[in-house]
Design a protein around this ligand. Structure first.
Ligand SMILES: *Cc1c(COP(=O)(O)O)cnc(C)c1O
Length: 367
C-alpha cells in the first residue's frame, strides 16, 4: 500500500471511531482550522514561559495568557501565580507533587483509592512515601480515614492530592474540609494539590461551586486541555504558587531561560490551541458548555433509569455511572469498565440523539 492509501485508511478509521465516543472525557467539538498555518513551523516553548528565551519560535505570550486565564478561574492570588501548559493532566500532577516534595522532602502523601493512576506513578517517580485512603461509596475521599492516617504520621509534613472529579465517578474531594482539618490538627507544614483533570474545565461554573481552588485552600491545580476544552493533541495546564516554584527553578545558560518545567522542549502549538479556544469561547462559552453537559447528564441518567438501568451520578457531575452493558455495547461506544460498572461522560459535544442511540443499543442487547 502506498502512503496516501495508508493515510486515507487511517483518516476514515479515526473519523469513524470518533463518531461513537461516549466513554472517555474528551471533547471533540472543536475547529482549529485557522491555526493550520502554524503547523509549518517548529514552535517550541523551551524552558520557563515567564522568562525570555534565546529560542524565539514560540507561543510563550499566549501560554502566559492561558495560565492567567485558569489562575483567575481558580481564584489564585494574581500576584503569586506561576504555571505552564503541560502535555496533559498527568504531567501537571507530577509537577504539583514535585513542588510539594521540594518544599517538604520528608512529607507523607495521602490520596484516596479512587485516585487516577498517574498519582501513584508520580509519587513513585519522586520517591515519596504515601498512604492510600479509603473512598466513600460515591468515590469521594473518606475524611475520617484521612484524619486518622494523618494523625498516625503527625510528625511528618502532609501532602494531600485531592480529586476534583475522580476518573470513574467524578467525585470531588472537598478541599475546604481538608484545609480545615489541617488547621484543626495544627499541621503547619502541608500542601494540597488538586487533580482537576476533567472537572477543572467546568467546576468554576457549577452552582454551588465545589470547594476545590486556591481560595478554598489548594496550593496547585492540574487540568487537562484536551478534555473539557478539546484539542487535537493532548495538553494541560498546571497552576502553582509562584513563591513555591521559585524554589525549584534553576537558571540554564544554554537556553537563556530557567529550567522550571518537567520536560525541556515543550509543545509550542498546544498553548496556541488552548489560547484560541479560550478567546473564541470566552468565560460565557465555558458557562454554556457546562450547562449543556449538565443537562445532557441529567437526560442520560433519566433515560437509562426509564429503561430499568440503575444509573446514578454525583451532584452536579457530567459523568453517569451504571452497571456495564454487554461487551458489544461497551466496545461500540468505547465505554471504560471497572468492577462491573461503566460510565458515560457528557462532554459538551454529546447530543440527545447520541444518548438515544446508545439507550436503544442497551435495550436491544438486553433482549
Ligand atoms: C484524565 C485524568 C488524569 C490524566 O490526565 P491526562 O491529561 O490524560 O494526562 C488525571 N486525573 C484524572 C482525575 C483524570 O480524569
Amino acid at each position: 500500500m502506498n502512503i496516501s492509501t495508508r493515510l486515507s485508511d487511517l483518516l476514515s478509521q479515526v473519523k469513524e471511531t470518533t463518531e461513537y465516543f461516549l466513554g472517555y472525557p474528551v471533547a471533540k467539538d472543536f475547529d482549529y482550522s485557522e491555526l493550520m498555518p502554524f503547523l509549518q513551523y517548529p514552535m517550541n516553548n523551551l524552558g520557563d514561559p515567564f522568562v525570555k528565551s534565546t529560542y524565539k519560535v514560540d507561543s510563550r505570550q499566549m501560554e502566559r495568557e492561558v495560565v492567567h486565564f485558569f489562575a483567575d478561574l481558580f481564584r489564585a492570588n494574581p500576584e503569586n501565580v506561576w504555571g505552564y501548559v503541560t502535555n496533559g493532566g498527568s504531567e501537571g500532577n507530577l509537577y504539583g507533587l514535585y513542588v510539594a516534595r521540594e518544599l517538604y522532602p520528608n512529607a507523607m502523601v495521602y490520596f484516596s483509592e479512587s485516585t487516577h493512576y498517574s498519582i501513584q506513578k508520580n509519587v513513585t517517580l519522586l520517591n515519596m512515601e504515601y498512604v492510600i485512603i479509603r473512598s466513600q461509596e460515591n468515590g469521594e475521599i473518606d475524611y475520617s480515614d484521612l484524619k486518622e492516617a494523618i494523625r498516625y504520621n503527625r510528625h511528618r509534613p502532609v501532602v494531600v492530592v485531592a480529586n476534583v472529579g475522580t476518573t470513574m465517578t467524578e467525585a470531588k474531594d472537598n478541599i475546604g474540609f481538608v484545609k480545615q482539618m489541617m488547621g484543626d490538627m495544627a499541621i503547619e507544614k502541608h500542601y494540597i494539590h488538586a487533580d482537576a483533570a476533567l472537572a477543572g474545565g467546568f467546576a468554576p461554573f457549577v452552582n454551588p461551586r465545589p470547594s476545590f481552588d486556591f481560595e478554598d485552600g489548594c496550593d496547585s491545580i492540574s487540568v487537562s486541555g484536551h478534555k473539557f476544552i478539546g484539542s487535537p493533541m493532548p495538553s494541560g495546564v498546571v497552576v502553582v504558587k509562584k513563591d513555591n516554584r521559585d524554589r525549584v527553578a534553576k537558571k540554564i545558560a544554554y537556553i537563556g531561560s530557567s529550567d522550571a518545567t518537567i520536560t525541556g522542549s515543550r509543545n509550542g502549538h498546544s498553548p496556541l490551541f488552548l489560547w484560541y479556544a479560550i478567546k473564541k469561547l470566552g468565560v460565557e462559552g465555558f458557562a454554556k458548555r457546562t450547562a449543556h453537559s449538565l443537562q445532557m447528564a441529567a437526560y442520560t441518567e433519566q433515560k437509562l433509569k426509564e429503561v430499568g438501568v440503575k444509573a446514578w451520578r454525583n451532584p452536579n457531575a457530567i459523568t453517569v455511572i451504571f452497571p456495564s452493558p454487554s461487551e458489544e455495547v461497551c466496545g461500540k461506544w468505547q465505554l471504560a469498565t471497572e468492577k462491573g460498572m461503566s460510565h458515560i461522560i457528557c462532554m459538551p459535544n454529546v447530543s440527545m440523539s447520541q444518548i438515544d442511540a446508545f439507550v436503544e443499543d442497551v435495550i436491544h442487547s438486553n433482549k
